[in-house]
Design a protein around this ligand. Structure first.
Ligand SMILES: Nc1ncnc2c1ncn2[C@@H]1O[C@H](COP(=O)(O)OP(=O)(O)OP(=O)(O)O)[C@@H](O)[C@H]1O
Ligand SMILES: [Mg+2]
Length: 290
């Protein structure tokens, strides 16, 4: 498979973007031979904290903390790359290596977020000079002789439409949208899908997939309420596909609501039933990406 990139987005907060990015990254790197790079583009830094925080002390874990400090000090974070790109444009020079990319496991690597990403607008960045950044940044990573040949890039995006979201949506292969089974879930989905068409001019237009996260299960089956919202969201995907002449696929895979999932991220291990669900979600995404 040629390298693929997946952006996990929804402009609605708290639907599970970070959880899904983390879980897919772990499942795919552990159960396939793919080399995976996760990127945290959200200045809230939830994914970065999930990876770097030591639960018992509440501080950054030693190994990650030291690495992160060095990356900041040597000005080798994704924000620093963006600053260089802003000044130099397309032919920008930036030494991507293991001071920009953190190695979680052999097959799972990570580009953390930085707080400065909050202030891109104030720091004089504009859409036109950020739009091509992620494409160029991935190009540098892909062409680096010192880095593995990543086959999958997974982006955790912020809940707002930031300049970086704009940049990633302009070059990713798949936009993966988790929704929750409630009224606001389907409203949020209309907002994302209708604005995507207007706001980005990617070439080629990425595939879009929507799936249900936090699906309640009772007696081993999806509850009636979840099934109702799944039908609603599926219908919405079909309507929007037709109206905008784009392909929005509603995936059959669901991720159950599970109190164990939050704990799992902190402990670095998913419960078995969730492993199965995320494996299925990945299979469906991979099939769609072919
Ligand atoms: N399937 C699930 N079952 C139970 N809890 C979940 C599930 N998915 C996510 N959560 C919980 O929902 C909360 C929000 O999840 P998460 O941070 O992944 O969402 P997000 O979309 O990334 O949020 P934000 O918009 O702030 O970036 C967290 O407490 C997380 O543990
Ligand atoms: Mg998040």
């Amino acid at each position: 498979m040629s390298p693929k990139s997946i952006a996990v987005i929804n402009f609605k907060g708290g639907v599970g973007k970070t959880t899904v990015t983390w879980s897919l990254g772990n499942i795919i790197s552990q159960n396939t031979d793919l080399e995976v790079l996760m990127l945290d583009l959200d200045p809230q830094m939830s994914l970065t904290e999930a990876i770097g925080l030591n639960e018992s002390t509440g501080h950054l874990d030693d190994k990650f903390g030291k690495w992160y400090e060095k990356s900041l000090k040597h000005r080798l974070t994704i924000y620093d790359a963006l600053e260089v790109f802003k000044k130099a444009g397309q032919n920008f020079k930036f030494p991507v290596g293991f001071e920009t990319i953190y190695q979680i496991d052999e097959q799972l690597h990570f580009v953390p977020s930085v707080e400065e990403l909050y202030w891109l607008d104030l720091d004089g960045f504009e859409g036109k000079n950020v739009k091509d950044f992620i494409r160029q940044f991935l190009g540098k990573i892909t062409n680096s002789a010192n880095l593995p040949k990543y086959e999958l890039f997974l982006f955790d995006c912020s809940p707002s439409f930031s300049l970086l979201t704009y940049s990633v949506l302009s070059c990713c292969d798949l936009i993966l949208i988790p929704v929750n089974p409630d009224y606001f879930g389907s409203r949020g989905l209309s907002l994302v899908l209708n604005s995507l068409q207007k706001r980005i001019e990617p070439y080629p237009f990425p595939k879009i997939a929507v799936f249900m996260n936090k699906a309640k299960i009772y007696g081993g089956l999806l509850t009636n309420e979840v099934q109702f919202y799944m039908r609603e969201v599926k219908r919405l995907c079909a309507d929007i596909s037709k109206e905008n002449n784009i392909e929005v696929k509603f995936l059959e895979s669901t991720i159950r609501e599970s109190v164990g999932l939050k704990r799992a991220i902190n402990e670095g291990q998913l419960p078995r039933e969730l492993v199965r669900e995320f494996e299925q979600l990945w299979r469906e995404c991979a099939e769609y990406l072919k």
